[in-house]
Write a protein that binds this ligand. Structure first.
Ligand code: AHG
Ligand code: MN
Ligand code: MN
Length: 280
């Protein structure tokens, strides 16, 4: 399985070069909507096509699913790979970071996070980097479609940044109170960029917490369990942090629908524990 997982992330690095090169002409919206009911950008569709093409060609991959596709693509036998092909794609027209999120499950989809054998993401920032979590977490520089390791990643012991999605007026009173307590303590700096991968990468680099909570009208929040919640929970927990859907580790959350959503909180264990006590 080791070769299969490495082959997956080599293919993602190769696709990342094509995705990044294809962004300039694909910043516009299409008239299509994805299974989550969101209007998709041309870049969402292109990234999905490139990843599906490269990943389903691998012998180690038996299934591919993405937030842009209704169903699972059958690719024979082997690992089930999920992609959020372009995370934070609404950041594209505004010139802010976007990313690609990858989950590698050793089970049929939809699957619980505990079935993950690896997870990671590509961050299309000033430079293109990739973070891969297996037994530990490694950061890579991605250049010309190849990835070079640059170091191990561990959540810093001291939290320093926080960022939560959605409108404050749409948060639950308990969550609003929790965030107010963080802000009045004055220990953390607000860092919220509108793309989960960029915000999670800041938490991995600086310590702290990122989340997208339940909001008025969407008790399961906005982010998708298979494509966003499980993979980043796996990365942050492997890096020594914690994750929660408000009740417990996201990796334990039941997975009954391919496009099911989940509240997402990831970061330092102490901060996640305080958050869970505040919202339970
Ligand atoms: P995607 O572009 O894949 O749909 O993901 C966008 C998600 C996530 O990246 C980010 O954390 C969140 O949407 C931002 O939502 P708001 O625009 O409501 O802040
Ligand atoms: Mn996303
Ligand atoms: Mn996306």
């Amino acid at each position: 399985m080791t070769d299969g997982v490495e082959a997956v992330f080599d293919a993602v690095a190769a696709a990342a070069a094509e995705v990044r090169a294809g962004l300039p002409e694909r910043r516009g919206y299409t008239d299509e909507t994805n299974p989550s009911g969101e209007t998709v950008l041309a870049a969402d569709v292109y990234a999905d096509d490139r990843l599906e093409d490269r990943l389903t060609a691998l012998d180690a991959v038996g299934a591919y699913a993405s937030e842009e596709r209704d169903g699972v693509v059958d690719a024979g036998t082997g690992l089930s790979v999920t992609c959020d092909p372009l995370d934070g794609s609404s950041n594209l027209p505004t010139g802010n970071v976007v990313g690609t999120v990858v989950g590698v499950y050793d089970d049929d989809l939809p699957a619980r996070g505990r079935a993950l054998v690896a997870a990671g993401y590509v961050l299309y920032g000033p430079v293109t980097t990739m973070v891969v979590a297996r037994d530990d977490v490694t950061e890579y520089l991605v250049e010309d479609g190849a990835r070079e390791p640059v170091g191990d990643v561990q959540v810093p012991a001291e939290p320093s940044v926080y960022g939560f999605g959605g409108r404050v007026s749409d948060w639950t009173p308990a969550f609003r109170e929790f965030v107010r307590s963080i802000e009045s303590a004055g220990e953390l700096k607000l860092r919220y960029g509108g793309a989960m991968v960029g915000d999670v990468n800041q938490v991995l680099t600086r310590g702290g917490v990122f989340g997208y909570p339940a909001v008025d009208g969407s008790p399961d929040g906005k982010l998708r369990l298979q494509f966003e919640g499980n993979p980043v929970a796996y990365v942050v927990e492997t890096a020594g942090g914690a994750s929660s859907d408000g009740d417990g580790s996201i990796l334990d959350r039941p997975a009954d629908r391919l496009h099911g959503r989940t509240p997402v909180f990831v970061g330092n264990e102490t901060t996640i524990d305080r958050l869970e006590s505040a919202v339970e």
